[in-house]
Design a protein around this ligand. Sequence first.
Ligand SMILES: [Zn+2]
Ligand SMILES: [Zn+2]
Length: 368
Amino acid sequence: MIDSRAAVITAFNEPLEIQRIQLPELDGMAMLVRIDASTLCGTDVHRWEGGLSSDSVPYITGHEPCGFIEVMNAPRTDILGSPLKVGDRIVWSYVSCGHCYFCMVALQPCLCRGRASWGHNRSDRSPYLLGSVSEYMYVPVECQIVKVPENVSSATAAAASCAYRTVMHAFDRLGAIKAHETVLIQGSGPLGIFASALAREQGAKKVLLTGAPEGRLAMAWKMGVDDVLNIDLVDDASERVKWVKDHTEGRGADVVIQAATNGAIPEGLKMLRDGGRFVSVGVGGKAVVAVEGLPGEMTMYTVRSGEPRHWLQAINFLSSRADRYPFEEMISARYELEQVNEAMSAMSSFSVVKAAIYPHGVHSIPGH
Ligand SMILES: [Zn+2]
Ligand SMILES: [Zn+2]
């Protein structure tokens, strides 16, 4: 191994290039991981389209990795304190500074101004390999490591590294869902579909979901929702609100999980009962949302990203409920590294739920 082939964005909205990127120096407890699978996320598409002004090219795309420890020069433990070894299959957290107001006083490390995340870091500057659509990736010493159990595939674990752990974070902030409560989920992307299973397992009386297209709603049904509404078929927002009210004796949902675009927030608030809880998963900081009236005594949360424990919780949930929910079916398309542009287009057009790229080849995956 002398370098790492990786999918690099050299210009926004232009085809990604497969480049050979040099390997970083591994100082102290930093590690090199051989990427088994990387899933793509809406954020990767958004960044590729030039949606985030802070980005500067070239950089390796992707922030949802799962892989095997390839090089480890010093002893290191996982998030539970158990020793790691070369060959362990892992996912790993983002990094926050650990000594600022958000990290130490507010205990909200996702808001740390010194936070490091992947999939937008220049590939021509050390440590080069901080994007997941790459044969190898650099794991900084500050990351918390979570081992992936046998019954969770690498692609599903990769999806836990962003989408699913953010949903875990959202449920953490919501607190317990009571047995009499109805949960309404807006959105049938990976966030909304995963949230369906979690709401069910947390004991909601009823789980409702609004979203589209039909293929994604079919996944939601498999995650145990009680009813879905296809928003492509019901244009009128007031009809959609009525659908939720009809399911809740006219009150509205006890909990609304907004896992769709920011534009869904006003409608979601109308679907919430007075005094209910609303959580916006991954809402953008610059969102302009015009709201016409608010439910009385409601509580609203917004979450972004996740804390290291949410990576662990997501992986635990996927493993412990693997027999109950077809999580593996969420990975609806598999690509070779060279097909990265095809995978990006599929994500951009919503024609797949979750696209997975296998930098060492799809053929290396048992059963595929
Ligand atoms: Zn993501
Ligand atoms: Zn900090």
